[in-house]
Design a protein around this ligand. Structure first.
Ligand code: DGJ
Length: 374
């Protein structure tokens, strides 16, 4: 009798451990999205990793109020097998105590974390946009952290401005030698006029290039790329990472010069590379842009706004953060964007929408309630 009760209890415990959340069957873009604890998912500016049959969602943990946009807690992770139901895996990279002097001390700005897995080392590598505490957005640094386990804890390694001392593959004559533009400085908020004619790249040659909004992309051959808004946000850089994914190789290109694009998201389909980006208007949404290329280092061709029926031209009131290929479903990709709430950061919402393809172009349409299977 006793052994029967023990067996039943063990079976029940196993069942509840495996069951996880399972109530959600649809995406409801822009609505509250409860996790397994019935708490709205807190992973903004997110990145996704599919590993051993499970999707992982990494993002900025926001707190209440305007100050909630600062990194007061760290990077939050959730896991899911079906993309509708997410289990809270906790804080995987915690900020350090205030006044600890750490680069990632509480109150810094830590945005758009992305995690990739290195096939050679077996390590999980996280990159993110980092701004030291109290300095606004002037730092324009990229932080990197590493873990043996996908759900962490991640160990912070360093923060850099990428590619110090290296010219891009498509360097221009204005970048070489001395020029008055080398002495330009901006306040971290204002945007330079005629950025395409300024030598911001040359100005930052010694210190390394500015890197704010960012994403990561791993190509079919295992090479990884760091894609970030550089040169005072005016120009996008695509930079190759080293074999261990922990540093930059010095090979990079500059694209969309003077177009002020943020929020890059990259994916590959049928051998072509695609980018989705936003304009540059702080937390306010703006009209999306898209581009295609046969080669990651260009030539990139702009394809315009991929959103169809977006009458207010605000990317359906969101800003891109990721485009997720759905595993086991050929040609199925999901647009993932943030609907920021700068007054109460924790109440930011997520806009997930299906992507369709028309010729060379990808398109996104609004849907209040949808599922991949339909
Ligand atoms: C827009 C960026 O895309 C966000 O990640 C964030 O940096 C805000 N600007 C801050 O205003």
């Amino acid at each position: 009798m006793k052994s029967r009760i023990t067996f039943t209890l063990a079976a029940l415990m196993l069942l509840s451990a495996c069951a996880g959340p399972s109530g959600n069957r649809y995406f409801f873009p822009g609505e509250i999205w409860p996790d397994n604890n019935h708490v709205h998912i807190n992973a903004h500016g997110g990145g996704f990793l599919y590993d051993k049959g499970v999707y992982y969602w990494f993002g900025e943990h926001k707190t209440e109020g305007e100050n909630g946009n600062l990194a007061n807690v760290g990077v939050h992770c959730y896991s899911s097998r079906d993309l509708y139901n997410w289990t809270d895996e906790g804080i995987v990279l915690a900020v350090m105590p205030p006044s600890s002097g750490s680069d990632i001390e509480a109150g810094c700005i830590l945005e758009r974390p992305k995690v990739i897995k290195n096939g050679k080392t077996g390590k999980y590598v996280m990159w993110f946009h980092l701004e030291p505490k109290g300095k606004g957005y002037k730092g324009a640094l990229s932080g990197v952290a590493i873990s043996d386990n996908v759900t962490g804890p991640y160990t912070y390694i360093k923060a850099v401005r990428p590619n110090a001392g290296h010219y891009p593959v498509n360097v221009l004559d204005i970048h070489k030698g001395d020029s008055p533009a080398l002495h330009l400085s901006f306040d971290g908020g204002s945007l330079p006029a005629n950025a395409d004619t300024l030598n911001i790249l040359g100005r930052d040659m010694k210190s390394g290039q500015m890197a704010r909004d960012m994403t990561l992309f791993v190509d079919d051959d295992g090479k990884a790329y760091h894609i970030y808004a550089s040169e005072e946000n005016s120009t996008l850089h695509i930079a190759e990472l080293s074999d261990d994914y922990l540093s930059h190789t010095g090979k990079y290109g500059r694209f969309f010069v003077g177009r002020f694009m943020e929020a890059p998201a990259m994916f590959k389909r049928e051998g072509k590379y695609y980018l989705m980006m936003s304009g540059c208007t702080g937390w306010r949404p703006n009209q999306a842009r898209s581009a295609v290329s046969d080669n990651i280092f260009g030539e990139w061709k702009e394809l315009g706004d991929p959103c169809i029926g977006d009458t207010t031209q605000t990317t359906f009131h969101s800003q891109s953060t990721y485009i997720l290929p759905v595993q086991g479903k050929p040609d199925t990709y999901i647009y993932i964007g943030d609907r920021w709430n700068p007054q109460n950061a924790i109440d930011g919402r997520y806009v997930w929408l299906p992507i369709t393809f028309e010729g060379d172009r990808f398109t996104i349409r609004w849907n209040d309630k949808w599922k991949i299977e339909e």
